[in-house]
Design a protein around this ligand. Structure first.
Ligand code: FEO
Ligand code: CA
Ligand code: CA
Ligand code: CA
Length: 658
């Protein structure tokens, strides 16, 4: 059982920081912050390293850290040195074309006309995932191990296998893969997950934006937001190379035969992607059973011998849903990771991740909730298709997966305020998930369960452009965001109890400050989350924010501080519908670190010994300072910005946060 507020022993041992708006990282007294593996860091080392005026090429970028670091996780090479020598797997979510093409004054034909092929190849190679070995020396200084055999780049052009229900179906047939078994690239990899057998899960979020289709969109294209005219970067406009190298981003049908064009290319995206970081030559798999949408991340639940495994996911769009996947196969400890060894982890991955049940969440007004199965035999509970099976509408599981959001609509899922990261307390199994904000939430009152016939039921392919407030998303025009938590029933894991954990807010917007936050812990737009298990049932919940002014957020928090990292000792559920963090327990929630101007703080884990906390700084505009690894140094004059990992440690080598 988790600790109750009255018997909490864990105390945050630092002073909560006042807000900061500088081009530096701020950390508490007694801590250091080191910049590590910024964009453009060569994984091969040697003399051809990064320079401030480097003109990036496809070949260099394919062997260097990509742009816009986001989710990440650590994979030890052996248990003994796990806190000082490990493989970092890290996502490169998207690109900053201004910084990428700074020496030539910006990208060529970004808005119209044909893009030069090598610029597009470079941009494609700046996306995806990196695996890089990191090591700490005896002075506490971290560095990448250049040329290590594990170092690897996966880009938006790397061949990847499809697995699970969608593999080999007509949905994903293309000219390049006429049998529908493969796709090129993974894109807009946002948050992440990991498995107990030692693989990394990277999650495809805003991938629809790089695709385009002329003419009428299919229902899944419309629902997920494929562009009608030009992709986000116009990649499809480049003069084609081999086998639709660029034209594949244009999903317009070119005749009757889908094996002759790329109408289905985007249906190879929107998945959880499994990578074995221990073998740089291993095949990569998109695990389609976990649903297809704008996947933020994938968070493993409690791991119990002889029980199914659970993975929580969320769809980060306004009024979209929270999901979980429960494996058919029950966990066997004999499948656990053997750190550093090379063997076929993907065969283990296939056994757990290709078969199971995908569920979507409904949060009811009475503080309970239900997981609704998205399977062919699930009975639609409401609306015009009430009483029919999902299989009657979507034919088979592949049809349900391709149209995951529509199936979720039909089953009566609760539309949420943009689900971002989740995390699970490994002892209690309590799940936390951020709901970052929602400008399309209206104050019309409604029951969260949508039991009323037709009420709030969206048409297939449409979703909810706006949705009324409900118990789990109770604020109209939710600019500050909030965090929910829930505990599932041991007897029936399709049932849960949920409560609001904390509401973002600011004392200077007192009417909307539902958790009574102060100047030293006000936050908005929670995004990253990590439950840092410390002491048999107690832990620190770390919260990262993405409230950047660059995204047009105009709220009281954006006026007082840059994006930040907070720490909270959670305590037990209240079960009275009130937020767990309130005016009486502000000391439980402290501001630990603050990022540079206009950047979000994302990606988070600590070493097993908890002496080093790793975070990412994404989309800075004038950071880090040139020629320094000290993240706390204010930039002097404009620099070419580079998203980077930052490692925060105590000067005395002690545990972070306490
Ligand atoms: Fe890429 Fe929803 O954050
Ligand atoms: Ca981001
Ligand atoms: Ca995010
Ligand atoms: Ca975000």
């Amino acid at each position: 059982a988790s600790a109750t507020p009255s018997n909490r022993r864990l105390v945050l041992g630092f002073e909560s920081l006042p807000g900061s708006m500088t081009d530096a990282i701020v950390v508490p007294e007694g801590y250091t912050a080191q910049v590590l593996v910024p964009w453009g860091t060569s994984l091969e080392g040697g003399s051809n390293g990064w320079q401030q005026d480097i003109h990036m090429t496809p070949a260099f970028q394919a062997r260097a850290m990509g742009m816009h670091h986001d989710g990440m996780y650590h994979f030890p090479l052996d248990t003994q040195h796990a806190s000082r020598d490990f493989l970092l797997a890290i996502n490169h979510e998207y690109i900053d074309q201004t910084s990428l093409w700074a020496p030539q004054g910006g990208p060529t034909n970004s808005d119209e006309g044909a893009r030069p092929a090598d610029e597009v190849r470079t941009e494609i190679n700046a996306h995806g995932v990196a695996v890089v070995r990191l090591r700490r020396d005896d002075d506490g200084h971290w560095a990448p191990v250049a040329g290590d055999a594990h170092n690897r780049r996966i880009t938006s052009a790397t061949p990847i296998e499809l697995s699970g229900p969608v593999r080999g179906t007509p949905w994903v047939v293309t000219h390049w893969s006429p049998d529908g078994t493969r796709v090129r690239g993974t894109n807009n990899n946002c948050a992440c997950g990991h498995t107990p057998w030692g693989t990394y899960l990277t999650c495809e979020e805003n991938w629809p934006e790089v695709f385009t289709r002329q003419g009428e969109l299919t229902p899944d294209q419309a629902r997920l937001g494929i562009n009608g005219e030009r992709g986000r970067y116009g990649w499809e406009s480049a003069r084609d190379g081999e086998q639709g190298e660029f034209s594949r981003f244009d999903n317009t049908p070119r005749g009757d035969d889908p094996t002759k064009d790329y109408r289905n290319e985007a249906r190879g995206f929107g998945y959880i992607v499994e990578i074995d970081p221990y073998d740089a030559g291993s095949a990569i798999y998109k695990r389609t059973a976990l649903g297809r949408f704008r996947h933020e991340g994938c968070w493993p639940g409690r791991v119990v011998e002889g029980m199914p495994l659970t993975f929580y996911t969320g769809h980060d769009s306004r009024n979209e849903y929270i999901y979980k996947f429960v494996t058919k196969k029950h966990w066997q400890q004999s499948d656990a990771n053997r750190p550093g060894e090379a063997y076929d982890r993907q065969a283990i991955g296939a056994r757990y991740l290709d078969e199971g049940t995908l569920y979507v969440a409904r949060f009811d007004a009475d503080g309970t909730g239900e997981w609704l199965p998205l399977s062919v035999d699930a009975i639609i509970p409401r609306g015009e298709h009430k009483g029919r099976r999902l299989g009657e509408l979507f034919e088979d599981q592949a049809g349900i997966i391709i149209n995951t959001c529509d199936a979720a609509d039909l089953m009566g899922a609760t539309p949420m305020d943009r689900p971002e990261w989740g995390t699970v307390d490994p002892h209690s199994g309590m799940v936390y998930m951020t709901l970052t904000n929602n400008s399309k939430r209206t104050d019309e009152k409604s029951d969260a369960s949508f039991t009323g016939e037709g009420e709030g039921v969206s048409a297939m392919g449409s979703g909810y452009a706006t949705a009324p407030v409900n118990a789990a998303n109770p604020r109209a025009d939710n600019t500050y965001g909030h965090i929910l938590r829930w505990q599932e029933s041991n007897d029936d894991p399709t049932r849960m109890r949920w409560e609001p954990f904390v509401f973002g807010g600011s004392a200077s917007d007192a009417d909307n400050n539902l958790s009574g936050l102060t100047d030293v812990n006000a936050f908005a737009s929670p995004d990253g989350l990590w439950f840092d298990d410390r002491d048999n049932g107690e832990g620190i919940l770390w919260i990262e924010t993405d409230n950047g002014l660059d995204k047009g957020r105009e709220n009281a928090v954006a006026e007082m501080t840059n994006d930040q990292v907070l720490a909270v000792v959670p305590g037990a559920m209240r079960d009275d519908g009130q937020p767990a963090i309130n005016a009486q327990n502000q000391a439980q929630l402290k501001r630990f670190a603050i990022g540079p101007n206009e950047a979000e703080v994302t990606g988070i884990f600590a070493t097993p010994d908890r002496t080093a906390l790793f975070i990412n700084i994404q989309h800075p505009v004038n950071w880090p300072a040139a020629n320094t690894e000290d993240a706390t140094q204010v930039t002097q004059g404009r620099v070419r910005p580079r998203s980077s990992t930052v490692v925060i440690q105590k000067r005395d080598g002690g545990q972070v946060g306490v």
